[in-house]
Unconditional design. Structure first.
Length: 300
């Protein structure tokens, strides 16, 4: 590609890149969509500790005629989340004008840049499975509807709200569900997209998603640890970082998506040695388990 000049570098529009990068990052997260998010664009630094409040519980009291109600002061608690995950991706765009005018070129830059960031966030969330005490199924076997039901039963028995239930499966186990003979009639009658588009959709009240980051047993790639969770399983806290306020010669800003809770910082400057615009995307976040009984490991 042709080298950029200082003049053409000034045509770089940070908002275009940042907003599309934020959208690409949002579209590449899977498990993060199904956990609790706690986001704030206020600046923080790596190592800061957030105290996420967890409301206490109440009891139902008897109310006798002509008596006062029973006042309750629940004991609240906190979950500490350390912002100890700071990930960055930096690259140089030589022909910034061509990249910005060509959506395909810009899209490739952004997809390649944000994918490692999304995978880092997802991997840290998946790693929380080690703290879960509940599991069903047998390692090295195909995932079956019976394992789904067993996981759901555990959540219900623990009085977990399963309104926003989700299951994230490995490719092996996602395909196993699509090919399960006991589900063939269900898919053909209620979800033809399962056959037409290879999309399971929902099963037993659970939104089904696939991820290649589902943990596997070391040395046994066919032994997977799929997850069935509710948002109470874990928290993902993302925070904005200090910026220079924007403007030449270095432009640095925070961007956040209010729907997904995903946020990132973008730093841009002209790199005279590379004769191009240097772009850095970085994220600051922390993860923590919220409620042990709100997640089940489905071994397969």
């Amino acid at each position: 590609m042709a080298n950029v000049t200082v003049t053409s570098a000034q045509q770089f529009i940070p908002e275009i890149w940042a907003n599309q990068a934020l959208l690409a990052l949002k579209n590449r997260i899977v498990l993060a969509n199904f956990v609790t998010k706690d986001s704030d664009i206020a600046p923080f630094t790596e190592g800061d500790i957030l105290h996420i409040p967890v409301p206490g519980t109440f009891v139902a009291n008897n109310k006798a005629a002509n008596t006062n109600v029973t006042l309750q002061v629940p004991t609240d608690s906190n979950i500490d989340v350390t912002l100890n995950k700071h990930k960055e991706v930096t690259f140089v765009v030589e022909d910034i004008v061509r990249a910005q005018q060509n959506q395909d070129v810009m899209g490739r830059y952004l997809r390649n840049a944000v994918t490692p960031l999304a995978e880092a966030i997802e991997s840290d969330l998946f790693a929380l499975y080690t703290g879960l005490s509940q599991s069903v199924g047998t390692s090295g076997t195909d995932l079956t509807p019976a394992i789904f039901r067993a996981a759901l039963q555990k959540l219900m028995a623990a009085n977990v709200d399963v309104t926003d239930l989700a299951a994230v499966l490995s490719a092996k186990d996602y395909i196993a569900l699509l090919g399960d003979s006991t589900l063939a009639t269900y898919f053909s009658n209620t979800n033809p997209g399962a056959f037409r588009e290879a999309q399971v959709g929902r099963l037993y009240g659970s939104t089904i998603s696939q991820s290649n980051l589902v943990p596997v047993v070391a040395g046994a790639p066919n032994s997977t640890k799929n997850l069935m969770v509710t948002p109470d399983f874990a928290v993902l806290a993302m925070r904005g970082m200090p910026t220079d306020g924007g403007g030449a010669p270095v432009d640095q800003r925070n961007y956040a998506d209010p729907d997904s809770g995903v946020s990132l910082r973008m730093t841009t400057s002209y790199n005279a040695n590379a004769l191009g615009v240097q772009v850095t995307f970085d994220v600051l976040y922390g993860v923590a388990e919220l409620r042990d009984l709100a997640g089940v490991v489905m071994l397969a």
